[in-house]
Design a protein around this ligand. Sequence first.
Ligand code: PMP
Length: 285
Amino acid sequence: FDDRDGKIWMDGQMVEWRDAQVHVLTHALHYASSVFEGERAYNGKIFLGHEHSKRLHFSAGELDFEIPYTVEEIDAAKDAVLKANGFTDAYVRAVAWRGAGQDMGVASARNPVRLAIAAWAWGNYYGDAKMKGAKLDIAKWKRPSPETIPVHAKAAGLYMICTTSKHAAEAKGCSDALFMDYRGYVAEATGANIFFVKDGEVHTPLPDCFLNGLTRQTVIKLLKEKGITVHERHIMPEEMEGFEQCWLTGTAAEVTPVGQIGDYTFEVGALTRDIAETYEKLVRS
Ligand code: PMP
């Protein structure tokens, strides 16, 4: 991914893609002092771009560092990256981290905070599986308690078990893994939130120990506008037996139907298709 043409915004400047490098003694590389955002631009405009910039600032705050650019400056930098690369539709990745500097121990208050923004073309997150219904494995790791780690930050440290769980899932022929949380409730996938349908009503886990995704919030609003009842609640894994439809939401995943989780199966039903279409229309409008 590092060897290609293009421009990346780094610490206030547009640099060549290949030159967007960091030192091996970068604090974030050793201690996960890094936060990021995943965003999508449609027809030249980033959907909820400002909210993503705000979340980046919030996540940094949760890790006790301050990004040396305002939310508005980040908004402008993202637009500049799209423009510099000639993109109208793209995935946008902003990342802020504690860099290399004075300190190389756990404490790094004197090291500079860095910010970079890249963008690239990224089609369906789940490839061809998208509208056929993705197959999910159940992760062996659990989403941690809010007393363990700042669970609402989009922070690199929370993704360690996402990568290993996704690799394990792919080795079994699945597209992703579903996490339970530290109490045993259904939580989220490795980079997306989850929804279920039963008897015309929607059930989705309460985001009390994981990311309350912007796509999740958007989809809940769209469902309510359609007059559909949405239950945000704790869901036991056994309940999946009785659910008829299931989908994932995320900036990269958009609305992706799920056909199977472990031994539980779901149909790609009318409501799943409808909400996927409504979301697609909204982001492009
Ligand atoms: N959970 C996790 C772990 C994620 O990485 C993402 C993607 N950012 C989401 C949920 C969905 O969040 P959003 O809809 O804001 O992209």
